[in-house]
Design a binder for this molecule. Structure first.
Ligand SMILES: Nc1ncnc2c1ncn2[C@@H]1O[C@H](COP(=O)(O)OP(=O)(O)O)[C@@H](O)[C@H]1O
Ligand SMILES: N[C@@H](CCC(=O)OP(=O)(O)O)C(=O)O
Length: 371
């Protein structure tokens, strides 16, 4: 099911600018050389490239600030230059590239998700290197992913990748932000992203990056759950891409702890936004986690938020721990009537035919594996 050779590599602004305010061409030349090396070794590459805002800023004669509106304008100016640079450099090796600009809406709706997936697959089949960025210019608050770390996890899922490499200006996740704590130590392996780890990850240390280590951990968490290994490494390290593949360079590796998820469940993990929350009792938690059961109305104690039938909801236990996400068979108002009911009572309570499960196991992805 999963292609062993598909690797998604994300280049953060910090890597592409080498700490300056504009794209660093020698750095991009070097990264392309390494990508070609990996491609020649039989890997299929999908690149997620930040850098449009930085490129736009360096092209604009008049100084401008960092409001959302200004950043969107800068991205619209810089994206052309960014893809032109990649195209020029890859063409030196006779390699074609393709630009794909995505927003959350493109992964949220199942049909758009499948279209994006088909396009990616087709590009890889034709030996073209897809280069992806968020479509910042049209990305309003409702549809933005907001950072390219989370976007790259979504892309890794879309591309059915085996590995996600996040290249940045640090060798990985440290016990504290190395910019402020020079004695911080590199964490080389992570089995599972938890609150303790999240507490170590700060925001971006520069004015150009978005999200810092916090969003890289979110990305690693999503990818890990989809069965994809994630590696954070330093983009300026010599031959970093090959070194990471051979596990030679210093890095943080987020180990794959689950078997690859089936396609629809992967989409649930990466795509739709949750619009409500269901709180479930202990028995239902056990049934979901230990027996892979569907969620029945009997185990639901309450719900929060507004949602329609078919919307994505988050399932939590009585202590607020997230257990699962899934497409809900009932609206919030229907659930307020049937919560705690036996499945056989649902039709009588609602006065119409309906599904028996609140969340069917095929429409649900578990997020907590041990009780
Ligand atoms: N615990 C941590 N370990 C490593 N880096 C951290 C940590 N917490 C915060 N950071 C910051 O995250 C930055 C990298 O993220 P970011 O600036 O968004 O880069 P990029 O543009 O590559 O995405 C680092 O430069 C560092 O200052
Ligand atoms: N889409 C933006 C980058 C957003 C982003 O997440 O940046 P970064 O944290 O540097 O990977 C751009 O092209 O400038």
């Amino acid at each position: 099911m999963m292609n062993k050779n598909i690797v998604v590599i994300k280049f953060g602004t910090s890597v592409l600018t080498a700490g300056k305010k504009t794209l660093n061409k020698p750095r991009m030349v070097e990264l392309v050389r390494q990508c070609v090396q990996l491609k020649n070794a039989g890997y299929q590459l999908v690149l997620v490239s930040s850098g449009a805002v930085a490129a736009g800023r360096s092209q604009l004669a008049k100084q401008c600030g960092s409001s959302l509106k200004e950043k969107q304008m800068l991205a619209a100016i810089g994206q052309g230059q960014l893809i032109h640079m990649w195209q020029t450099l890859f063409s030196l090796y006779d390699i074609s590239v393709a630009q794909m600009l995505l927003t959350r809406a493109d992964v949220e709706h199942r049909d758009r998700y499948l279209t994006a997936r088909d396009t990616l697959t087709e590009l890889l089949y034709h030996d073209v290197v897809p280069i992806i960025n968020e479509n910042d210019a049209v990305s309003s608050a409702e549809i933005t992913v907001g950072d390219n770390d989370n976007l790259s996890a979504m892309v890794a899922i879309l591309a059915n990748a085996n590995k996600l490499i996040l290249l940045t200006d640090q060798s990985g996740l440290f016990t504290a932000d190395p910019r402020n704590s020079p004695d911080a130590e590199l964490i080389s392996e992570v089995y599972k992203v938890d609150d303790e780890l999240r507490a170590l990850a700060g925001g971006s240390g520069s004015s150009l990056g978005t999200g810092g280590m916090a969003t890289k951990l979110q990305a690693a968490d999503i990818a890990q759950r989809a069965g994809i290994e994630t590696i954070i490494a330093k983009g300026s390290e010599s031959d970093v891409i090959t070194q990471v593949i051979n596990n030679d360079a210093p890095n943080t590796t987020f180990l794959r702890f689950s078997a690859p998820l089936e396609g629809r469940k992967k989409w649930l993990l990466s795509g739709p936004k949750s619009t409500g929350t269901l709180i479930i009792d202990k028995g239902a938690c056990e049934a979901l986690i230990n027996h892979g059961a569907s969620l029945l109305a009997k185990g639901v104690t309450s719900s929060q938020g507004q949602f329609k039938r078919g919307d994505l909801v988050t399932v939590k236990d009585q202590n607020g721990r997230i257990i699962a996400k899934g497409l809900c068979g009932f609206s919030d108002s229907e659930l307020s009537v049937i919560k705690g009911c036996h499945s056989s009572q649902i039709e009588a309570e609602l006065g119409c035919k309906s599904s028996h499960e609140v969340l069917h196991r095929d429409d649900m992805v578990l997020l907590e594996y041990v009780l």
